[in-house]
Design a binder for this molecule. Structure first.
Ligand code: PTJ
Length: 295
């Protein structure tokens, strides 16, 4: 493992890379998991590498749903197991959820290794080894355990693929998904979409449990019923747009006040005229892709 100094500006992101790489080396994460991590990193950058308010809200609703569920299951893949094994176990223990290993690039050896890692992190029992093809899918994620995901009423998934998410919702299960890409099929299909890094989402959810654990069921249902997943998705997309605009303005040297920000008719002509008037800004525009990539 490369030694990453704690004061490195991209410490968290580089540590996550180390965890995923180590996961591939020990055989719990698939090689494809490296690519999935890169995609996540890109979206995390656009989100601002922090838990945005709407994600915090979705995390709270997800905790309520896990506490209300009769048969909750946390589905674990190779990336999740590498990034946050202890947190997955604690979340399962505090909400009474079962843990089940479910893999897209399934090998029995990898299932076993992930079960071992979760047990080393404190899990008593982990499902996944006795999976049968019970979901209507043509790939390995169709394999689930009867007393686990198949019978679950609420399923928590992270770094999921869209068609299993759809298969689960078609089976009338409530699906909580952690996915940094608010445009992915999973994000669009789940009932509660947490647009946050799994590494931030899990500790935040664990912290929230004490707040909700002793609440009446009726009050928890009230929180869940008031939730609208579309609002959360729209907020994530808006956050990305705002961050991009802020970065663009920074590169162009434009100081946008709140009024101009909200008024497209005022903002766009002003930006164009500045670019046209000033060759230095025009040069910056051409360079901005390179600048952003260098960062
Ligand atoms: O272990 P396996 O065999 O089940 O394989 C798992 C992977 C992750 C390889 C597989 O599910 C896959 O290919 O996933 P995708 O289709 O690349 O989807 C990953 C999604 O998760 C993308 O939308 C990423 O933006 C998002 N993502 C990546 N890293 C994180 C993340 N979301 C939250 N937290 C992350 N750390």
């Amino acid at each position: 493992m490369t030694e990453i100094p704690k004061n490195h500006p991209r410490y968290e992101s580089l540590m996550a890379r180390e965890q995923i790489t180590a996961g591939v080396e020990t055989g719990i994460t698939s090689r494809q998991g490296l690519i999935a991590q890169g995609r996540g990193e890109a979206f995390d950058y656009l989100i601002g590498e922090k838990t945005i308010e709407s994600a915090d809200y979705a995390e709270a609703v997800a905790v309520c749903l896990l506490l209300l569920a009769e048969k909750p299951v946390i589905s674990v893949n190779g990336n999740a197991a590498a990034l946050a094994p202890a947190e997955l176990v604690v979340l399962a223990q505090l909400t009474g959820a079962k843990l089940e290993v479910n893999l897209f690039h399934r090998t029995e050896e990898r299932v076993k290794k992930i079960i071992d890692v979760l047990k080393e992190n404190g899990a008593d029992a982990v499902l996944g080894e006795n999976a049968e093809k019970l979901l209507p899918l043509d790939h390995e994620r169709a394999k689930v355990e009867r007393e686990g995901i198949y019978e679950a009423d609420v399923v928590f998934v992270s770094l999921e693929d869209g068609d299993r998410c759809k298969a689960l919702t078609d089976m009338k299960k409530l699906v909580i998904a952690v996915d940094l890409n608010p445009l992915s099929r999973t994000a669009q299909t789940a009932h509660v979409t947490i647009v946050d890094n799994l590494k931030r989402a899990l500790p935040n959810m664990i912290d929230m449990i004490s707040e909700f654990r002793n609440m009446e069921e009726e009050d928890l249902w009230e929180i869940v019923n008031a939730y609208d997943n579309n609002v959360v998705l729209i907020d994530a997309v808006e956050t990305i747009k705002e961050n991009l605009t802020a970065k663009q303005n920074e590169v162009l040297g434009i100081e946008d006040g709140p009024d101009q920000n909200n008024d497209r008719s005022k903002r766009e002509p002003r930006k164009q005229s500045r670019i046209q008037r000033n060759p230095e800004i025009a040069r910056k525009v051409m360079m901005r892709g390179g600048d952003l990539m260098m960062e």
